[in-house]
Design a protein around this ligand. Structure first.
Ligand code: FPP
Length: 260
């Protein structure tokens, strides 16, 4: 990974970018290929966009790689995807280390086949010392699953006397989510033409800027990513305040990121 910074025209780089990688199947079908070929090509895009995010100085990149709902796809496609994810992660581990990228994952991952899970856990362990980009894979993930899971654990802790129900606030809930410790996404990108958020990070995207593109994930280029980031840099995020309040807070040294 080298500079490549000239193609990014923004001073404000998002700290956390989340991506719904959509359009693999349609990309393949448009070429008369099997849907799984789209996923294979999609892995190349994962590599490319991880590099781009690193080059741009993004700190967290969360990719929606497999949703809770995706378990209902034809078994052959699920098996192929799980195998592909495991293989790709194992193959890319040396490069992730070389580029100082730390792998993490969120989701109901115990549902994943043992082989893929083992490869993912191996990579997480081997990259745990990396301090550059955090590549966070959402696997067997859905936001409603995550929120239900958090509510269950919060209730258990209240019952056990570890948590006072009267003191539960936004920050408490955030601590029980799978993304605890990671700042909320600044920018959410969805490829593939649909304009919905499909049960992804519903709590965390309360103030996130949304960017939708018709480009299928296998075709999504570094320049497309840099353009999305540049567009983000030009938007004013008000977090419910007035534009004047935001500009005042931004010029104050104590408050570089309002609302956090
Ligand atoms: C959506 O396209 C994509 C997925 C369900 C899987 C995405 C997974 C990858 C690209 C592999 C990730 C690999 C690693 C190593 C993280 P779709 O099949 O829904 O496409 P369609 O909407 O055109 O049918």
């Amino acid at each position: 990974m080298n500079a490549g910074k000239d193609s990014q025209a923004t001073a404000k780089v998002p700290v956390h970018v989340a991506i719904i990688m959509d359009g693999n199947g349609r990309w393949a079908q448009a070429r008369g290929l099997d849907r799984s070929e789209g996923h294979v090509e999609g892995v190349n895009t994962v590599r490319r966009i991880t590099e781009a995010a690193s080059e741009a100085g993004v700190k967290y990149l969360t990719l929606y790689a497999f949703s809770t709902e995706n378990w209902k796809r034809p078994q052959a496609e699920v098996d192929a995807l799980m195998h592909l994810i495991g293989i790709a992660i194992e193959r890319e581990t040396p490069d992730l280390i070389k580029n100082n990228v730390r792998l993490t994952m969120i989701g109901d991952v115990e549902r994943m086949p043992a082989e893929a899970l083992e490869r993912l856990r191996g990579c997480i362990a081997k990259t745990s010392h990396c301090t550059g980009l955090t590549l966070n894979l959402a696997l067997s993930y859905s936001a409603r699953w995550e929120i239900v899971d958090a509510v269950g654990r919060i209730s258990a802790d209240v019952k056990a006397g570890k948590l006072d129900a009267a003191e539960i606030d936004d920050a408490t809930v955030a601590r029980y989510l799978t993304t605890a410790g990671i700042p909320d996404p600044d920018l959410l990108i969805r490829t593939g033409g649909d304009t919905r958020v499909s049960n992804f990070l519903l709590w965390q995207i309360a103030y996130t800027e949304l960017f939708f593109t018709p480009v299928y994930w296998p075709d999504f280029s570094k320049q497309d990513f840099f353009d999305a980031i540049a567009g983000f840099g030009n938007r004013e995020r008000r977090f419910g305040l007035t534009g004047e309040q935001v500009r005042h807070a931004e010029s104050s040294p104590e408050n570089p990121r309002i609302g956090e």
